[in-house]
Write a protein that binds this ligand. Structure first.
Ligand SMILES: Nc1ncnc2c1ncn2[C@@H]1O[C@H](COP(=O)(O)OP(=O)(O)OP(=O)(O)O)[C@@H](O)[C@H]1O
Ligand SMILES: [Mg+2]
Length: 254
């Protein structure tokens, strides 16, 4: 079967902070309807790479292509215009606002200068129900919600605003098992809609079972990019630590 064209290609991305080379010639590709696991130990450059895609950080060198065309991403609004949405663990939502206010933050519906709260609430209810996200009351301030519910609202927001590429930086790090499962179930729904997902996680077991492909970074450089199941969990851990692709005997090659 012919592979579809990538949604995103980040090519030869470098970024230094003063004398520190956070990324060096890093590449990343995301295809529609897949979950790409972005792996590497602390400081490997994962967040810096996705921040460049999200417009929160700029590359010193390199280029980004969206649907085969070079994209110019100079800020978060540029990224959003390309359909790139980012979900951060806690930072994304405003705790003292309810779900509709959060969903529409920065893109409020207003008529003649007045916020149309009724429309935002109705649209929020529709957006969340499309994804089977159940929130007890849309009038509740989100700071009283669980991490999983907040995560669900962030995902609902991204989808509502037509995300094509969803970046999730350690989405399950602060969640319990049930909530992680809910977020993963939601993510599977997004895959079915053809959204490409970048999933950063330190939980190797989760990554192994949940991602379609992996890209491992080490010291800001690519170690390997491959279908997840080309390796064992132990091999993935060893590549993350050593920064070297695992050696295979020639007869093991696919
Ligand atoms: N704004 C910054 N100023 C200076 N150095 C930075 C900045 N952001 C990141 N770095 C450095 O760049 C390197 C890569 O950081 P990055 O946050 O991308 O790592 P990471 O792979 O996301 O790690 P973690 O798993 O801990 O989140 C690190 O050495 C980090 O200290
Ligand atoms: Mg990080």
């Amino acid at each position: 079967m012919a592979k579809p064209d990538p949604l995103v290609e980040m090519r030869h991305i470098s970024r230094n902070f003063g004398g520190l080379q956070a990324l060096s010639n890093a590449n990343l590709e995301v295809y529609p309807g897949e979950v790409l696991g972005l792996l590497g130990h602390n400081g490997a450059g994962k967040s810096t790479l996705i921040k460049i895609l999200a417009g929160a950080e700029t590359a010193s060198e390199g280029a980004i292509f969206i649907n085969g065309h070079e994209a110019h991403i100079n800020g978060p609004n540029d990224a959003r215009a390309y359909g790139i949405e980012t979900i951060y663990q806690e930072l994304a939502l405003c705790g003292n606002l309810d779900a509709p206010a959060n969903l529409y933050m920065g893109r409020e519906i207003s008529n003649w200068g007045f916020l149309n709260k009724k429309a935002m609430k109705e649209e929020t209810a529709k957006a969340l129900s499309r994804l089977n996200i159940r929130i007890k009351s849309l009038d509740t301030e989100v700071e009283t919600m669980s991490g999983g519910q907040r995560q669900a609202i962030s995902i609902g927001r991204a989808v509502h605003f037509n995300a094509k590429i969803l970046i999730m930086d350690e989405p399950t790090a602060a969640l319990g098992m049930e909530e992680s499962k809910m977020v993963m179930d939601l993510t599977v729904e997004l895959k079915k809609q053809g959204i490409g997902i970048i999933w950063i996680s330190h939980d190797i077991h989760e990554v192994y079972n949940f991602t379609d492909r992996i890209t491992i970074l080490h010291g800001g450089e690519n170690v390997v990019t491959a279908p997840t199941k080309d390796f064992t969990e132990d091999e993935i851990v060893s590549m993350i630590i050593s920064g070297r692709p695992v050696e295979r005997a020639a007869n093991e090659e696919a």
